[in-house]
Write a new protein. Structure first.
Length: 190
């Protein structure tokens, strides 16, 4: 069985949102929660199609994001990283995810397997990173502004923010994901 893309929500203009619905339907994704391999395929596929998103990107010194596609199984958004835009230590509220860099360079620091230490990786254009539901990380740009494509399954509903201490990571705040639309409202239609 293949993924149903309805109902779907998007911040993209309606015609582009329909293009995204068709695009994701063409990926022949499974129903239900996507695994990390599926999420990697999603971000790689979107990242290779600059014609679908480049003209939508806003470069802002505070950072910027746009939900390209959200349905009951997964969500995809694009983010731009400018100025001193920092996300700080956070998880993804039980969602697994993947992201691909489409311009610039990002630095990801993440909680190591011992749950105390920190590891780091530099991600350049074409690189991708993926993670399971228990991943805690911090992402920032390195050098020039950057752009990345992110996918989460199930769709991101919130993030817990953390402080890093000598004994590990301490949860300090739960921040709900602010969807720019009511998911129960009418979906994008044809």
């Amino acid at each position: 069985m293949t993924l149903s893309v309805a109902p779907v929500r998007s911040e993209a203009p309606p015609a582009r949102a329909l293009q995204f619905a068709d695009f994701f339907a063409s990926l022949d994704l499974p129903e239900g929660r996507l695994n990390v391999s599926d999420l990697e395929r999603v971000v790689s596929s979107v990242a290779s199609r600059h014609d679908l998103f480049d003209d939508l990107v806003v470069h802002d010194s505070d950072g910027w994001s746009l939900h390209l596609f959200v349905n009951e199984n997964f969500g995809v958004k694009i983010e731009s990283w400018g100025g001193d835009h920092l996300v700080n230590w956070h998880d993804h509220g039980g969602s697994s995810g993947a992201f691909a860099v489409t311009s610039g360079t990002l630095v990801e620091q993440y909680r190591s397997d011992d749950s105390i230490g920190i590891e780091c990786r530099h991600l350049r254009i074409g690189d991708l990173a993926s993670f399971g539901a228990d991943h805690v990380h911090d992402v920032c740009r390195s050098g020039a502004p950057a752009t990345s494509v992110h996918a989460y399954s199930p769709p991101l509903t919130g993030m817990t923010h953390y402080d890093h201490s000598p004994t590990g990571f301490v949860a300090v705040e739960l921040v709900p994901e602010k969807l720019p639309f009511d998911f129960d409202a009418s979906p994008i239609g044809r």
